[in-house]
Ligand binder design. Structure first.
Ligand SMILES: [Zn+2]
Length: 171
């Protein structure tokens, strides 16, 4: 039996015979100015943004020690990605999901992987490598293609159109 779930929040999950394909880029999002921030806060933290230790220090630590120009980006990041009402926020899955949606949204505006990296740097002071963005977008497109094919066999027109629109924005 094939079970497909398409989450309108931009979370592409293909469950086929128990196998779950999850596309993720958030493991490869890093803090810019990492060494300066560590020095200013007087702590060591991982470079990965979506790691518990980094989130802890940046969002519950003594953030006023950080240079003002960096702080604005950290607040913007918190406001845009960490503002859900879950009890476990910000350690729930939503910040990562929202960040993936953000990348797909910028891609949908016609930006190249390099431009996407530039944008996240300016807005949130984080970066990734363009090659990682490319594989994330490829995975997203492939997942959408699988969903599209299945929607066709199931003659699920509404889902097919939804998936097709999402895919066309990314190609
Ligand atoms: Zn949440």
């Amino acid at each position: 039996m094939v079970e497909i779930r398409y989450d309108s929040e931009g979370d592409f999950i293909n469950t086929e015979s128990g196998k779950i394909i999850e596309v993720s880029i958030t493991e490869r999002i890093y803090l810019k100015n990492h060494s300066q921030i560590c020095a200013q806060m007087g702590v060591r933290m991982p470079k990965k943004v979506f790691s518990g230790a980094t989130l802890d220090l940046l969002f519950t630590g003594e953030i006023e020690k950080i240079d003002e120009s960096f702080r604005a980006c950290i607040y913007a990041f918190a406001k845009d990605f960490l503002d859900c009402n879950c009890e476990s926020n910000p350690y729930c899955e939503h910040p990562e999901k929202k960040f993936m949606e953000y990348i797909l949204k910028v891609r949908g505006e016609g930006k190249s992987p390099e431009q996407i990296v530039d944008r996240m740097g300016k807005e949130y002071m984080v970066y990734s490598y363009p090659a990682d963005i490319v594989s994330f977008l490829d995975d997203s497109i492939r997942t959408l293609e699988v969903l599209e094919a299945i929607a066709e066999t199931k003659e699920n027109r509404k889902m097919r159109e939804k998936v097709r629109t999402a895919k066309n924005l990314l190609v």
